[in-house]
Design a binder for this molecule. Structure first.
Ligand code: ADP
Ligand code: MG
Length: 579
């Protein structure tokens, strides 16, 4: 049975699948690839999804809803006429439409999908996406991050050499920039940055403002219907300017016609404030990634079709060619390819996607008795590689304290109670003076959003654990057990990795065989390598392993011992690091 990949976008959604050795986009009932993520009711109360609903955004705003992806993971309701809907219910209607159209097109039932979500989506948002899928009759084994999907699609069409991408995804309402590193069969997100209020709509707004100014119209005095028409004219003109050098933008109001002539140069001037904001986001992602060079820039999202956007981003990367093939479908293609991999399609080699945790996880803690409010003691930091497993030791704060309460938080706020509380555990302890008794706390978190928290007390051998799964997770009990077994495996520190152990052992042997400055260099090399191991990030470990191996090899080959200028070979430990 086919598994399809779905890009559930804020503005548009679409599906793809792996078929006959390639990824194929699935057209909807209208023959379009893009289905607007818009839901509405018609005058008889029947459900409308996609383009039909979108057409009615202007004429029937109170019966139509759009942009509900922005509200995913919140408890807010959205009204359609008299009825109230949750964001996941509205998303499920889009998913159901996509599913039914795909079933029609493929002539087979579809019950399973891979859905892409923004890399920064938190647990609640991911759970809500899974809930939406469940409501639409789709089983979701996992979600895939949008930038990973884009990188996967881009990699299918090239030689598979190691590559670092900057994924620039400018959609209808948001800009997401990610640095994604690909090597062998691993796709790793290194850093994410974004602006939640920078997308195609903001470009439309600037155009509307400009139009009004040029025609002495006061926007706030226009009727809602006129505003909506202006907005949609602006979007149309903006899109036409992706193909043409100039267009006229019109508005007919009563018996008057207002117009402006738009050229590429003028557009660049009007849009400059937004272009400058994209640059800031790019710089933040690059700075967070600590990567000095990017091999390719992937232009993703409908708004990346604008020549001025491409030109602007291109100029920021003088050397990097920007890949712009089909920006608005590349994420769906990636999700489709991944769906193919998941259904074990022999033709595609297995690909491991590693992702970063988009938020921090920790426990509530007080440093001393004078602390009135608990802060968060960090366990798994934002942008840590997943799956991740980290263990720390916590002690009592009061004399005679007979238990420790472990509250689990997700978020970036300093005070514990300002973050999302995911659960708690209480651990009994033998009475003792403050600071004597303590517990080992381990957090293990995987990409499916399963967080396992284990607390153990060594002396009494008491061990407790909670498994926190997003509220709407569609995984079965059996799946969960399997994922937990996988998490068990990763608790092994990467230092235990055979290749890595070998390198450390090699260094230790060279140390015993050498003297003086060479010895010091070997110590520095091993320290540098250990730091990389402790980061638990595969690409950093790989980089360090390569540098250190090169150095050790040269030492060995040159029969260096005691009589060679060793600093020739010293790996440059400051370069290419990312933390
Ligand atoms: P999302 O990821 O938010 O669902 P998309 O990637 O589909 O959105 O992008 C939608 C945005 O792309 C809209 O603002 C739309 O106006 C814009 N867009 C689509 N095609 C073009 C084009 N040819 N030129 C300029 N903008 C475009
Ligand atoms: Mg998108």
């Amino acid at each position: 049975m086919a598994v399809i990949g779905i890009d559930l976008g804020t503005t548009n959604s679409l599906a793809a699948l792996w078929q006959d050795n390639k990824v194929t986009l699935i057209p909807n009932a209208l023959g379009d690839y893009l289905t607007p993520s818009v839901v509405g009711l018609d005058d008889d109360g029947a459900l409308l999804v996609g383009k039909v609903a979108q057409e009615r955004l202007i004429s029937h705003p109170h019966l139509t809803a759009s942009c509900f992806k922005r509200r995913m993971g919140t408890t807010g309701k959205i009204a359609l006429g008299e009825q109230q809907f949750s964001p996941e219910e509205l998303s499920s209607m889009v998913l159901r439409k996509i599913r039914e159209d795909a079933e029609q097109y493929l002539q087979q039932p579809i019950t399973e999908a891979i859905i892409s979500v923004p890399a920064y989506f938190n647990d609640n948002q991911r759970s809500a996406t899974k809930a939406a899928a469940q409501l639409a009759g789709l089983y979701i084994e996992r979600l895939v991050n949008e930038p990973s999907a884009a990188a996967l699609a881009a990699r299918m069409s090239n030689t598979g050499e190691d590559q670092t991408f900057l994924v620039f995804d400018l959609g209808g309402g948001t800009l997401d920039v990610s640095v994604v590193d690909c090597f062998d069969n691993v796709i790793e997100i290194i850093a994410v940055a974004g602006d939640n209020h920078l997308g195609g709509e903001d470009f439309d707004n600037l155009l509307v403002d400009y139009f009004c100014r040029q025609n002495q119209l006061v926007y706030s005095t226009l009727s809602p219907a006129t505003k909506a028409i202006l907005q949609s004219n602006a979007e149309l003109c903006k899109q036409q300017l992706s193909e043409q050098q100039q267009v006229h933008m019109f508005l007919r109001l009563e018996d008057q016609t207002y117009s402006i002539l738009l050229t590429q140069e003028l557009l660049a001037e009007i849009f400059m404030p937004l272009l400058k904001r994209t640059e800031k986001v790019i710089q933040r992602a690059l700075a967070d990634s600590n990567f000095s060079s990017i091999d390719d820039v992937l232009m993703v999202g409908g708004s990346s079709k604008m020549p001025i956007v491409r030109g602007y981003v291109n100029r920021l990367f003088s050397k990097a060619p920007t890949l712009t093939r089909s920006p608005d479908v590349i994420i769906a293609e990636g999700a489709g390819i991944y769906a193919g991999i998941k259904s074990r399609n022999g033709e595609i080699r297995d690909i491991m996607m590693t992702d970063v945790c988009p938020f921090s996880l920790g426990i509530g803690a007080k440093n001393d008795r004078s602390d009135l409010r608990a802060h968060v003691a960090m366990m798994i930091e934002r942008n840590s590689l997943l799956p991740s497993s980290i263990s720390k030791y916590f002690t009592t704060l009061h004399d005679g304290q007979t238990s420790l309460n472990i509250s689990i938080y997700q978020g970036e706020e300093f005070y514990a109670d300002e973050n999302i509380c995911l659960g708690e555990l209480n651990m009994p302890l033998p009475s003792a003076p403050a600071g004597v008794e303590g517990v080992e706390v381990r957090f293990s978190y995987d990409i499916n959003g399963i967080l396992q928290v284990e607390v153990s007390h060594e002396k009494t051998q008491v061990r407790k654990q909670v498994v926190i799964i997003g509220e709407y997770n569609t995984l079965t009990e059996e799946d969960i057990q399997q994922k937990l077994a996988e998490l068990e495996k990763i608790k092994l520190h990467p230092a235990q990795d055979e290749q890595n152990r070998l390198l450390s052992a090699w260094g230790e042997r060279l140390y015993t065989e050498s003297l003086g400055e060479v010895r010091e260099n070997i110590v520095r090399c091993l320290g540098y390598f250990n730091q990389a191991l402790n980061s638990q990030r595969p690409h950093r470990i790989r980089q360090a392993r390569k540098k250190v191996t090169d150095y050790f090899e040269q030492l060995t080959q040159q029969h260096f011992i005691g009589n060679r200028q060793p600093s020739d070979f010293m790996p440059d430990t400051d370069q290419g690091d990312e933390e």
